[in-house]
Design a protein around this ligand. Structure first.
Ligand code: HEC
Length: 134
């Protein structure tokens, strides 16, 4: 048997050490938000609190992110019209949060519906940290 070269072993070690859900496009989105927010890390705990909370500033029919996305984020949700929404947890839906335009569009729309304002870069980053941790 041929003994693998040092660079091969190193490459394998890096691949194995990378968490399954890691994705360069998602990392780039999160890093851009860190710069905008002026922080070096986000809080999944705060993201969770914001995502699961009931808010009063937005439309009365959408008081929470869970109104459409549900409380089990590894399962799918439903729009107000009953259209299915794919799960939000990155562990079961690895394509999530990899298209910057899609992420921006839906944060703008959904934060306005639920909070009656746009989410700040800090809030968006905390939410993405939470949804990536599930
Ligand atoms: C009125 C229903 C509704 C509410 C309320 C809602 N969403 Fe969504 N959300 C959607 C739909 C529909 C999509 C687009 C379809 C999809 O991505 O599966 C979406 C997509 C997203 C995306 C983009 C996902 C991606 O793959 O890039 C993010 C981020 C998101 N929502 C966050 C939130 C947050 C945060 C809240 C609460 C502030 C929230 N949503 C509340 C319906 C909703």
């Amino acid at each position: 048997m041929k003994i693998p070269s040092k660079p091969t072993i190193l490459a394998l070690a890096i691949i194995l050490a990378t968490p399954l859900a890691a994705n360069p496009a998602r990392d780039a989105i999160i890093n851009a938000l860190k710069q905008q927010a002026g922080v070096s890390s986000f809080s999944a705990e705060e993201g969770k609190a914001l995502f699961l909370a009931t808010h009063s500033g937005g439309k009365p029919e959408t008081p929470s992110c869970t109104t459409c996305h549900g409380t089990n984020l590894k399962a799918g949700g439903k729009t107000r019209a009953g259209k299915p929404i794919e799960p939000m947890a990155v562990s079961v839906n690895p394509q999530r949060y990899t298209d910057p335009a899609k992420v921006e569009k839906w944060f703008r729309r959904n934060c306005n519906s639920v909070l009656g304002r746009e989410c700040t870069p800090l809030e968006k980053g905390n939410i993405l940290a939470y949804l990536s941790s599930l």
